[in-house]
Design a protein around this ligand. Structure first.
Ligand SMILES: [Zn+2]
Length: 138
């Protein structure tokens, strides 16, 4: 599996991830009809506790964003978030709180600088995860 992402979206995600360090950032990945991720949308990290190793997206905010994005003829392809000083893997907590119809992009942010970036697809039972290749396009 490969996901195609506009270079500008990767840059936006990296900028967001650096700016919220040492907290996790999160946001939505927006795809066009060809399943190409063409935009990102920043979302507040709604996790009520310490945010350096957790994130949460408010369901109402997700619902509203989904409706607005659908109106424009696009769709939400997935969610991105950052891992400050931690590898770009999908954690057990992430997996248990995932939706299996989304791609999950995780950015490692060692010492505040966004680096390793990976995309993950949860299995339908959310018990395992597989990596998908990221193809950066213009
Ligand atoms: Zn995570």
């Amino acid at each position: 599996m490969t996901t195609r992402i506009a270079k500008q979206v990767i840059d936006e995600i990296h900028a967001h991830a650096g700016s919220t360090y040492p907290d996790e950032c999160c946001g939505l990945l927006i795809a066009d009809k060809d399943k190409r991720i063409i935009e990102s949308m920043r979302v507040a990290n709604a996790y009520p506790g310490p945010k350096h190793d957790r994130y949460d997206i408010d369901p109402l905010e997700l619902f509203k964003a989904d409706r607005a994005i659908s109106h424009r003829g696009f769709s939400i392809a997935g969610v991105y978030h950052s891992h400050p000083d931690y590898p770009a893997t999908l954690s057990k907590f992430d997996l248990e709180h995932s939706f299996p119809w989304y791609s999950y992009i995780v950015v490692s942010v060692p010492k505040g600088k966004a680096g390793d970036t990976k995309s993950w697809i949860p299995s339908e039972d959310r018990k395992s995860v597989s990596e998908e290749q990221i193809e950066v396009v213009e």
